[in-house]
Design a protein around this ligand. Structure first.
Ligand code: GLU
Length: 513
């Protein structure tokens, strides 16, 4: 029987989940859904010194906002392998059992070295010009561990409650081969692999042991994570092998880095491109730093995940705008690139614009409504239909709904000032007279559509010997206060006869015409 597809997203609650983490979750989600499998959220909180309050909740809320919800795990109703928080699993003795098994098989050992002793070792090796000092097959022979001490000594130390860790016993000079779905075969010599700590002195497992135990127990089929974990994969392969579980090892996929917009290095959470690096607003208690989120910046979650999906994944073809269902259908790890993916801020905004354009005027009006309520504070209320029409007129130029107000304020409030540059350039005796004329021509119109007002506008200009181009922008300023905006006569029609005439009269008065 084929193994059921089960992917886990396994973040450590050491801070806000940045967009790189969301992309990992997204790829896991897309693959799991494509294959009718499970998407699991496991919280890897074994490093208590790096635990950040609120981080777990933030992760859960971010996944919810993005619409990539796990069907199993912390915050999502748990599931058959509960608990899904490693600190709670540790209490059940799950990890210790595996560590003991490795000790019993001679593939792991106890190490009693104090941090001073470890420091001294590092200094000694550095002085001997060793490039990457590490605890390994050679150096462990000079350290205090159950391989160098007698059985008696080990027992004595343990009885006395001396703190110890359990380390993986990595062989010297052996070839370790493993397959990565994105990178193909990877071959590493074990001399480059250190004797990783598996269980810490407080009994907590390290990430290396814990994630393996959990991936096995939770029957994970694919372990998908960032490229930064690739160097520790050889140790993981050895752990699986020594536990006799190599055949149950999940398939591995290490995702490429997300790079800065100029391609120069890894995208940092303090990137200066002006776009958020986090899905939701995030305040880091420890560093007292705040970060703005995509949600709060006015991005649609669909646009955000569409953009993220294409950071490092290339489905082939030219289609860029893809719904979640399309992403699910097309997704495969084989089409994820090995090389880093450049983050493109302009393109990111473009994605939002495309999604904005796809929305109906009614949907946009609903999204705009709370902003209007806040700005208008109950004054100048307009009908739903009016607001939908405003959305129809202004949406082409906008990237975000939160730009709507600035671009449409004059639909709700009469102008209180007029663009001075336009007045300076366009207002003179003759064009002033035109505004007077057009006000009176408009008042005798019985039907006030865009087509009719435009025809009247042109005829009036002609009558005064003016080209429409000479008075168009001035007229726009007289009714809206600003020199640019959507189709002029559409604005005229929407504001309606009474309002337009009122505004033209106010303009004449304010400019002493
Ligand atoms: N806890 C690890 C992290 O924070 C998970 C790595 C993995 O997926 O194995 O990235």
């Amino acid at each position: 029987m084929e193994k059921r597809v089960r992917l886990r997203f396994a973040p450590s609650p050491t801070g806000g989940l940045h967009m790189g983490g969301v992309r990992t979750a997204l790829f896991c989600y897309l693959f799991a859904k494509k294959h009718g499998g499970d998407f699991i959220l496991r919280i890897e909180d074994t490093d208590q010194t790096r635990y950040v309050n609120g981080a777990e909740e933030y992760i859960i809320n971010s996944l919810k906002w993005c619409g990539i919800e796990p069907n199993e795990g912390v915050g999502f109703g748990d599931g058959p392998h509960a608990p899904y928080r490693q600190s709670e699993r540790k209490e059940l003795g799950i990890y210790k059992k595996y560590a003991d098994q490795l000790i019993a098989a001679g593939h792991a050992y106890y190490a009693f070295d104090t941090s001073e002793e470890l420091d001294a070792m590092r200094k000694r090796l550095e002085a001997a010009k060793v490039v990457a000092p590490q605890y390994n097959a050679v150096t462990r022979q000079t350290m205090r561990n159950s391989l160098t001490l007698s059985e008696d000594e080990v027992k004595k130390l343990m009885d006395a409650g001396t703190p110890y860790v359990i380390r993986l016993k990595v062989p010297r000079n052996e070839e370790i081969r493993f397959h990565d779905i994105i990178r193909g075969w990877v071959v590493v010599n074990s001399s480059q692999v250190d004797d990783k700590v598996l269980l810490k002195s407080d009994g907590m497992p390290t990430y290396h042991l814990a994630h393996i135990v959990d991936d096995i127990e939770m029957q994970v089929s694919h372990a998908v994570r960032g490229e930064e974990w690739l160097p520790s994969a050889p140790s993981h392969v050895l752990i699986y092998r020594y536990l006799g579980l190599e055949d149950k090892m999940p398939l591995l996929a290490h995702l490429p880095l997300i790079l800065k917009p100029d391609g120069n290095g890894k995208l940092s959470k303090r990137d200066k491109s002006g776009l958020p690096m986090f899905p939701l607003n995030w305040y880091d208690e420890r560093t007292k730093e705040s970060y703005v989120g995509y949600r709060e910046s006015g991005f649609f979650p669909e646009a955000f995940i569409n953009m993220l999906a294409l950071l490092g994944w290339n489905p082939g073809g030219n289609q860029e705008i893809m719904s979640k269902e399309e992403l699910i259908n097309l997704f495969s790890f084989e089409r994820v690139n090995k090389s880093g993916a450049k983050f493109d801020p302009e393109k990111t905004k473009w994605f939002n614009q495309q999604y904005l354009r796809q929305k109906s005027d009614a949907e946009l009006a609903t999204l705009f409504a709370p902003i209007l309520e806040e700005k208008l504070k109950g004054e100048n209320q307009k009908s739903k239909e009016f607001i939908e029409n405003v959305c129809r007129l202004i949406k082409e130029k906008a990237h975000f709904v939160n730009e709507f107000w600035d671009n449409s304020v004059y639909f709700f409030n009469s102008p209180t000032s007029y663009d001075v540059d336009v007045l300076k350039k366009r207002l003179n005796e003759q064009t002033g007279l035109f505004i007077k004329e057009i006000a009176s021509a408009f008042s005798s119109l019985s039907s006030f559509t865009a087509a009719e007002t435009e025809a009247t506008f042109k005829a009036t200009a002609e009558k005064l010997g003016l080209g429409a181009g000479q008075v168009m922008q001035l007229f726009r300023v007289s009714i809206s206060g600003v020199g640019g905006g959507p189709a002029l006569f559409e604005i005229v029609e929407l504001l309606g006869k009474d309002e337009i005439i009122k505004r033209l009269n106010a303009f004449l008065k304010s400019n002493n015409i």
